[in-house]
Ligand binder design. Sequence first.
Ligand SMILES: Cc1ncc(COP(=O)(O)O)c(C=O)c1O
Length: 355
Amino acid sequence: MSVTDLTADLRSDTLTRPTPEMREAMAGAPVGDDVYGEDPTVMALQRRVADLLGHEDALFTPTGSMANQLGVRLHVAPGQELVTDDLAHVLRAEMGAAAVLSGISARSYPAVGGLLDVDAAMALAVTEGGAYQVGTACVVVENTHNFGGGTVQPLEAMQDLHHRAHERGMAVHLDGARLWNAHVATGVPLADYGACADTVSVCLSKGLGAPVGSLLVGSRDRMAEARVWRKRFGGGMRQVGILAAAGRHALEHQLDRLAQDHARCQRVAAAVAGAVPEAVDPAAVHTNILVLHVAPAGWAASDFIEAAGERGVLGYATGPEHVRFVWHLDVDDAQTDHTAAVLTELLTSREPARG
Ligand SMILES: Cc1ncc(COP(=O)(O)O)c(C=O)c1O
C-alpha cells in the first residue's frame, strides 16, 4: 500500500462524508416548509433530540455556531456578559458573533485542557454590579472540549456549576457539539448532562457523520424565542427534512460507533507517549481528539504539521507549540497505525528542546 492509500485526514471530525445508507435515508425523507413548522422529518428529529437530552423542545439549526449563538442570545441581554474558559469554541472560533450579533461581551478563566473550573467561573461572575460593572448572565461550558483535546467534563462539576449559577441568577449554556462523545466515553446518560444546563447545543455534523445540522434544546418558551432569532439570524430553512433525515440516521446507526474513534485515538496517544512522554499524557486523552505538545521534542507546530502532511498524516496546529489530530468515521485501523508510526518517528527525529 502506498502512503497515499494510507493518508489519514485527521484535521477535524467535520470531514466525514455521508454513507450510502445515509444518502438513501435523505433521498426518501418526507419534507415540508420548516419555517412554517411543517417539515415532519425536522419535527421528528427535534422531538428525538429533546427527549434524549431531557428537555421540552429542540430547534434544528444549520450549524453548531448558530445553535450556540442562539443559546447565549436567549440568556444574555445586549450589554451583559457571558463567562467561559479561555479555550472555548464560543469565544475563540465563532468570529466574535456574540459581540457582533448580540452585543454580548465575554470574560474567561484559564482552563488546563479545557477542564471546567467552577470556582474560577464563579469568581469571575458579577451578579451584584449595579450601574458600575457589567453583569454576568450566563456561564458557557463545553463538553467534550474541542481545543482542550476532547476533554470530558466530570458530571459532578457540571451539576455544581448548574446549582451555583442558578443560585446567583445566571443561566448555563452547554456547548455540546460533541456531547455524544462524552456520553459514549463515560456511559453517563445524555439526559443527565442535559439536566445541567438551561440550553444545550449538539452537532450532527462532527463524529456522527451527517453532512450538516445542529440543534439547540431547552424549554418550550425558550425554543419559541430561539425560532424567532434563528429567522432573524438568517437560519430559517425550508424543506430541510432531507438534512434532518441524515441526522436521524446518524443517531440511529452511528452513535455507538464513536467508541471506535476513541479507541483508535487512545492507541496513538499510548504509542506516542511510549516514545515521547512529554508530548502527551494518554490519561488526559478522553475521546477522539489528540493534542500533542511538540515543542519539547524540538518542533514548531506549523513545521510539524507540514512534515506529518508530507507523510500522509493531516492535522492542525492549534497554537505555536501544539498540534491536533481528530478521529472520525473515515479513518480506519490501517490509517491509525500509519499515524502512530509517523507521529512517533517525527517526535523522536530531532534534538529535544532544552528547558
Ligand atoms: C465545541 C464546538 N462547538 C461548536 C462548534 C461549531 O460548529 P459549526 O462548525 O457547525 O458551526 C464546533 C465546531 O467544530 C465545536 O468544535
